[in-house]
Design a protein around this ligand. Structure first.
Ligand code: BES
Ligand code: ZN
Length: 912
C-alpha cells in the first residue's frame, strides 16, 4: 500500500492520506417523522381493509409513507464485512425506545434481503436470554418493513432489535455502491462508498430513515489489510486516488481556513475529533456533507494548477465552504422534515458567501452570488414554482426538493434578511439558533424566533426597541422603529411561492409604490393574469437611494400600495440598493428614461451592483411584457464605457443569449446582424484581451468570456490564435501548458477538425485532471458532426471512457449545440427506460437531462412534441415537477420570440 502523510501546520492537524484500495464511508443519517394519530393498534385491528398488502400476501400494518413514532431508535450498532465479493452480509443491532405500546415496528429497508430478526428486552439482555425471533413483512412500495411482535412492546421500555441482512453493492450512485478508478499503471480498482441523503440510508441497512430520528451509531467494518476503511470518527485526512495526490493541496489549505472561519463565526467548535474530505471517482451530486467524512465528486475537491481555471478554483472553494457549513447547519441542527430542506441547503449556500468573502476575498464571490439570485428568479417567476417550505412525502418528491428554490432562493432571502436586520443582529440570531437547537431538530419558525426582534442577551434596550452596539447599524435603528416582526415578514417569503414586482411611480416629490406578483411570460393583458395575482402579498424590505443622497433609505412595503415622500427634489431614484432584495423593480412614467440618461452621462453615480440589477430587471420586465425590448437594449448602449467587469458581462450575457435564441431558430438575418453588432461594438474590449492567465479574478473571467464569444462568432483573429495554440499543444503530445482560462476555448476550436477531435478524445481518456476532462468533454460536444456527437452519447451510455456520473452534463452540452439539440432530445425520448436504469426518477441527473434537452425549445411544434412525451411518461406512472417547469419555459420562449423578434430586428438595423 502506497501511503504518504504530510502534517499541515495548523492548530488542527489534517493528514494528507493517499491510499490504494477500498474504503467505505458511512454517514450518521439523520431522520424524522410527523404527528400521527392514526397509528394505534386498535385502528389496525378494526380497519384491516385500509392497510396495504405485504409481498407475502399478509396485511402490512402501516399505510403511511412516514414512519410511526411509537418506537424510536436510540443507537445503531452494525458491522459491514468483507467487500471483495461486491456483496455484503451484515448484521445490526438497533436499540429502540418504545413511546407508546405497540405490536409492530415499522422501519425502512430497500433492496436488502432480511435473513433473521430477533428482539430482546432489557431484562433479556440482563439475564443473557436469547432473542425472540420476529416475523418480517415487507412493503416495497413504501420501502418499509414491519417487524411483528408476538406480545406487545411496552411503553417507556427499551428493546434491542438484531437484524441480519445481505445485499449487493449497488450499481448506481445511491445507498452503498461501488465506484472505480484506474491507476496510471492501468489497473482498475474498486471502492465501496455510501451516499445517503435524502432517502438512501435504507439501501445500506434497515433503519428509521427520516431526519427526526437522530440517533447514535457505532460502525465496524471488516476489511482485508490491503484496504482502507473510512468512517465518521477519528482518522484525520484528505483522500484521493494515489495519482491525484498533487491536486489535493488547495483543498487542504481551503478546508483548514474555512473550518477556522466557521468555528469563529458560529462561536461553536466543530464537535468531532477529525474531518476527512474524500474525492470519490463516481459521484452523483457535487458533494455530500457526511459528518466528519465529507465526500466529493473529484472536480469539486481537486485543483490542478495546470488545468484548473479561476472558475474551477472558485467552485472548489464554494463546495468546501458549503459542505463545511453543513457540519453546523444540517448535522448539528437538522430540519424536522424535508419540507424545510432549505434550512440546510439555503443556509449552506448563504454561508458560502459569508465565508468565502472573508477567507478568499480575492475570489470576489459577491457578484456570483448575485447571479445565483438572478438564476433562481427565472425559475421562481414561473407559476410552476413552489414555496421554499413545501410539502414532500414520497422519495421522488423529497429528491425534487433539492432544487434551485431551496438552495438559491433560500440563500437570497437570507441575504435580504441580513441586509435589513444588520449583519451583526443576523449573526447573533443564527448563533442563538445553532446553540439552542444543537443535536436537535428545528423548523422554519424556530429560526425566526431566534432571529426575531426580541432582544438578544447582549443587546441593550431602550424604549422597547433593541439597539445593537454597532456603529454601522444606524439605518437599521431607524428601520427597527417600525417594529419588525421577523416571523411575519419571513412567512411571506417562505410560505408563498414567487417573487414580487415593485412598481414605482413618481409624481413630484411623492413616490407611489405598488406590489404585484412578478410573472415571466404572462402579460398583464392576458386573461389568466388576474387569477395568478390573487392572495399574493409580501412584506418587502425596500431600499432606495436618490440623486440627492447616496444614503440607503429603508421602508417595509406591507400592503399592495404605499406612498413615500422624497425629502428633496431629485432627478432619479434607484430602488433595491446593491440588489440585496429579492424583488424586481419597474419604474413607470419617465423612470427608466431618467436612469438611461444617467447611465449615459456618468454611470458611476450608481453602484456597480445597482447597474447590474438595472440591466437584469429591464430584461426581465421585457419577458413579462412590461417594458419594450428596445428600451432594455437602449439601456445597454452605455456599456462600451462600463468600468466594472461584472456589469459589462451581465449586459453581454443578454446580447449573447439573443444570439443563441435566434441561431437555434435559424433566423439568419438577425443572427448575422447581432454578430456584426457584438464584434463591432465591443471591438475595443475584444482587442484588449491577451491569451494568458494574468490579472484579477474578474480580469480573467472577462478574458474567458470574451474570447469564448469571439471564437464562437468565428472572429478570425480569435480562431487563428486558438488554432495555433492547439497545434502546438498537439505537437507537444499534450505537454504544453496552455493558460487555464483559455483552455476550453482552445480545445473547442481544436475539436472542429476530425484529427483534433480524435486527439482530444484520446487525451480525455488519458487525463488525470477532472477539470481538464470537463473542458475536453465540453469541447468535444461542440463538434458540428452528428456522428461524433452520437459517438459521445454512446460512450456516455457505456460508462467506461465517459463515466455515467458525467452523462447528464454531456447530454446537456450536446443539446446546447445547435447541431446537437435534436439529436440529444431524440436520444432521451428513445432511451428513457435505459436512463431510468442509471438514475433514480427524481434525482438531479434525471432532472438535468430533461430540462437540459428541452427548455431551449421555442416553437409550437416542439412544445407539442415535449408535451406528448411527458404525457406518455405520466401514463407510465412517472411524474416530475420539472415537466411543468419545462412546458411553461417553452411557452414563455415562444411568446418572447413572437413579441420581440421584430423589435430586435429593427433595433439592430438602426444600431449597426
Ligand atoms: N446535501 C447536498 C448533497 C445532496 C444533493 C444530497 C442532492 C441529496 C440530494 C450537498 O450539501 C450539496 O448541496 N451539494 C451541492 C454542492 C453545493 C456547493 C451546491 C451539489 O451536490 O451540487
Ligand atoms: Zn448542501
Amino acid at each position: 500500500v502506497f501511503h504518504s502523510a504530510i502534517m499541515a501546520n495548523s492548530r488542527r492537524k489534517l493528514i494528507f492520506n493517499i491510499y490504494i484500495g477500498f474504503y467505505c464511508s458511512a454517514v450518521i443519517q439523520i431522520c424524522i417523522c410527523s404527528q400521527f394519530t392514526s397509528s394505534s393498534i386498535d385502528q389496525f385491528n378494526k380497519d384491516r381493509g385500509a392497510f396495504p398488502v405485504a409481498i407475502n400476501g399478509e396485511i402490512f400494518p402501516w399505510h403511511e409513507l412516514r414512519l410511526p413514532t411509537m418506537v424510536i431508535p436510540l443507537h445503531y450498532d452494525f458491522v459491514h464485512p468483507n467487500l471483495t465479493s461486491l456483496d455484503f452480509v451484515a448484521s445490526e443491532k438497533i436499540e429502540v425506545l418504545v413511546r407508546d405500546a405497540t405490536q409492530f415496528i415499522i422501519l425502512h429497508s430497500k433492496d436488502l434481503e432480511i435473513m433473521n430478526v430477533t428482539l430482546q428486552s432489557e431484562e433479556d439482555l440482563r439475564y443473557r436470554k436469547p432473542g425472540r425471533k420476529l416475523t418480517v413483512l415487507s412493503y416495497p412500495a413504501h420501502e418499509q418493513i414491519a417487524l411483528l411482535i408476538p406480545e406487545k412492546l411496552m411503553a417507556d421500555l427499551r428493546y434491542s432489535v438484531a437484524i441480519d441482512f445481505q445485499a449487493k453493492l449497488a450499481d448506481g450512485f445511491e445507498g452503498f455502491y461501488k465506484s472505480t478508478y484506474r491507476t496510471l499503471g492501468g489497473e482498475t480498482r474498486t471502492i465501496a462508498v455510501t451516499d445517503f441523503e435524502p432517502t438512501q440510508a435504507r439501501m445500506a441497512f434497515p433503519c428509521f430513515d427520516e431526519p427526526l430520528f437522530k440517533a447514535n451509531f457505532s460502525i465496524k467494518i471488516r476489511r482485508e489489510s490491503r484496504h482502507v476503511a473510512l468512517s465518521n470518527m477519528p482518522k484525520v485526512s484528505i483522500h484521493a486516488a494515489p495519482d491525484k495526490w498533487s491536486q489535493t493541496h488547495y483543498a487542504l489549505e481551503a478546508s483548514l481556513k474555512l473550518l477556522d472561519f466557521y468555528e469563529n463565526y458560529f462561536d461553536i467548535h466543530y464537535p468531532l475529533a477529525k474531518l476527512d474530505l474524500v474525492a470519490i471517482p463516481d459521484f452523483e451530486s457535487g458533494a455530500m456533507e457526511n459528518w466528519g467524512l465529507v465526500t466529493y465528486r473529484e472536480t469539486s475537491l481537486l485543483f490542478d494548477p495546470k488545468t484548473s481555471s479561476t472558475s474551477d478554483k472558485l467552485w472548489v472553494t464554494r463546495v468546501i465552504a458549503h459542505e463545511l457549513a453543513h457540519q453546523w447547519f444540517g448535522n448539528l441542527v437538522t430540519m424536522e422534515w424535508w419540507n424545510d430542506i432549505w434550512l440546510n441547503e439555503g443556509f449552506a449556500t448563504y454561508m458560502e458567501l459569508i465565508s468565502v468573502n472573508v477567507t478568499y476575498p480575492e475570489l470576489q464571490f459577491d457578484d456570483d452570488f448575485l447571479d445565483m439570485c438572478f438564476e433562481v428568479i427565472k425559475r421562481d417567476s414561473l407559476n410552476s414554482s413552489h414555496p421554499l417550505s413545501n410539502q414532500a412525502e414520497t422519495s421522488t418528491h423529497i429528491k425534487e426538493m433539492f432544487d434551485a428554490v431551496s438552495y438559491k432562493k433560500g440563500a437570497c432571502i437570507l441575504n435580504m434578511l441580513k441586509d435589513f436586520l444588520s449583519e451583526e443582529k443576523f449573526k447573533k440570531g443564527i448563533i442563538h439558533y445553532l446553540k439552542k437547537f444543537s443535536y436537535r431538530n428545528a423548523k422554519n419558525d424556530d429560526l425566526w424566533s431566534s432571529l426575531s426582534d426580541d432582544c438578544l442577551e447582549s443587546d441593550s434596550t431602550s424604549g422597547g426597541f433593541c439597539y445593537s452596539d454597532s456603529k454601522t447599524a444606524s439605518n437599521t435603528l431607524t428601520f427597527l422603529r417600525e417594529k419588525v416582526d421577523v416571523k411575519q415578514v419571513m412567512a411571506t417569503w417562505t410560505l408563498q411561492k414567487g417573487i414580487p414586482l415593485v412598481v414605482v411611480n413618481r409624481e413630484g416629490r411623492s413616490l407611489r409604490l405598488q406590489q404585484e406578483r412578478f410573472l415571466n411570460g404572462v402579460f398583464k393583458e392576458d386573461p389568466e393574469w388576474g387569477a395568478l395575482q390573487e392572495r399574493y402579498l409580501w412584506h418587502i424590505p425596500v431600499t432606495y437611494s436618490t440623486s440627492s443622497s447616496n444614503a440607503i433609505h429603508r421602508h417595509i412595503l406591507k400592503s399592495k400600495t404605499d406612498t413615500l415622500d422624497l425629502p428633496e427634489k431629485t432627478s432619479w431614484v434607484k430602488f433595491n440598493v446593491n440588489s440585496n432584495g429579492y424583488y424586481i423593480v419597474h419604474y413607470e412614467g419617465h423612470g427608466w428614461d431618467q436612469l438611461i440618461t444617467l447611465l449615459n452621462q456618468n454611470h458611476t453615480f450608481l453602484r456597480p451592483k445597482d447597474r447590474i440589477s438595472l440591466i437584469h430587471d429591464a430584461f426581465q420586465l421585457v419577458s413579462a411584457g412590461r417594458l419594450t425590448l428596445d428600451k432594455a437594449l437602449d439601456l445597454t448602449r452605455y456599456l462600451q464605457h462600463e468600468t466594472s467587469i461584472p456589469v459589462l458581462l451581465k449586459g453581454l450575457e443578454y446580447l449573447e443569449l439573443f444570439y443563441h435564441i435566434t441561431e437555434r431558430r435559424n433566423v439568419s438575418d438577425v443572427t448575422e446582424n447581432l454578430k456584426h453588432y457584438l464584434l463591432q461594438y465591443f471591438k475595443p474590449v475584444f482587442d484588449m484581451q491577451s491569451w494568458c492567465d494574468e490579472g484579477s479574478v474578474w480580469d480573467r473571467r472577462l478574458r474567458s468570456a470574451l474570447l469564448k464569444l469571439a471564437c464562437y462568432l468565428n472572429h478570425a483573429p480569435c480562431i487563428q490564435k486558438a488554432t495555433e495554440l492547439f497545434s502546438q499543444w498537439m505537437e507537444s503530445s499534450g505537454k504544453l501548458n496552455i493558460p487555464t482560462d483559455v483552455l476550453k476555448i482552445v480545445y473547442s476550436v481544436g475539436a472542429q477538425t476530425t484529427a483534433g477531435w480524435n486527439y482530444l478524445l484520446e487525451q480525455y481518456e488519458r487525463s488525470l485532471s477532472g477539470a481538464e476532462k470537463n473542458k475536453i468533454l465540453y469541447a468535444l460536444s461542440t463538434s458540428k458532426h452528428q456522428e461524433k456527437l452520437m459517438k459521445l452519447i454512446e460512450l456516455g451510455m457505456e460508462g467506461k471512457v465517459i463515466k455515467t456520473q458525467d452523462l447528464a452534463a454531456l447530454l446537456h452540452a450536446i443539446a446546447r449545440n445547435p447541431k446537437g439539440q435534436q439529436l440529444a432530445w431524440n436520444f432521451v425520448k428513445e432511451n428513457w427506460i435505459h436512463l431510468l436504469k442509471k438514475f433514480e426518477l427524481g434525482s438531479f441527473p434525471i432532472r438535468m437531462i430533461i430540462s437540459g434537452t428541452t427548455s431551449h425549445f421555442s416553437s409550437k411544434d416542439e412544445l407539442q412534441e415535449v408535451k406528448l412525451f411527458f404525457e406518455s411518461l405520466k401514463a407510465q406512472g412517472s411524474h416530475l415537477e420539472i415537466f411543468q417547469i419545462v412546458l411553461e419555459t417553452i411557452s414563455k420562449n415562444i411568446k418572447w420570440l413572437e413579441k420581440n423578434l421584430p423589435t430586435l430586428r429593427n433595433w439592430l438595423l438602426i444600431s449597426i
